[in-house]
Ligand binder design. Sequence first.
Ligand code: ARG
Length: 315
Amino acid sequence: MDNHLGQGNLPVDFDADVAVAEFSPRERSGDYAARRPARGAILMCAPDHFGVDYVINPWMENQVGQATLPRAQAQWENLRRNLAAHSDIAFVAPTPGLPDMVFTANAGLAIGDKAVVSRFHAKQRRPEERLFCEWFEAQGYAIADWPQNVPFEGAGDALIDHARGIVWCGYGWRSGEDAPKQLEKVFRRRVIALELVDARFYHLDTCFCPLSGGWTMYYPAAFDIPSQEAIRAIVPPEKRIEVDEKDALAFACNAVEVAGHVFLNACSDSLRSRLTDAGFTPVITPLSEFMRAGGAAKCLTLQLPHATSRVTPRG
Ligand code: ARG
């Protein structure tokens, strides 16, 4: 494994729970970025300054000032603890005045040693760009060039499908139509562009979730017809886990998979048994306070792949 971050002395079976427990809350707030192993980890940002302060997606309408901070903190902590049982967790410092910074999925997209930092469509979130860029730089990532005029909201819209060695990229609400093409150029991976047509599912990770083994959980009606066809052309019927509107609105597709566990805000009994039949273990981590801002489990995380990623080059 690539060792340029100077982490070669980490034990192979690095224990996430023990590692997290070693750090004080201040450290957890990001003062120790350089000490954390960023590879094969999940990036999170503590909700110290979380709230709904403005409206940039339909979920935030009528929610300004409605989020309860202690409840949000407890929900986030529960998610963190659950994930830490299966993965290393890295943290970026929360910053006053940036209530959406908790949604680290939107930091950018990292594959191997390279990271693209988000170029936010939403102007309220643009100040986050510099902070996420500094974090990636401190971790030793090479920051890829990205054109000024192409909005891109990171792993909120670009999802790595490890089973297929491809990236799925949503566009239409936040990321621009040219984002998929740019991603292909930067990462030299095959990128499948999917047009999002329902404003409630404004980021790809709100309605689409590639799982290991090629399983794909998604809400078809969030996509235009050609994109639905593109999904069906790539994902065979037996690997599709199509969710209904009710599960989709509970952000079931906004799930994080780690080691066969699928962490999600909620799921119906029928979705639960489909996931179980596919060999996954669904784990419910309620995130109602973050839903007020239009996000749930996946939005609160950024997967930092191992340098020896299973993503294979095109061709
Ligand atoms: N309020 C945030 C926004 O509208 C929520 C972001 C959710 N993130 C995600 N990856 N879907 O930008």
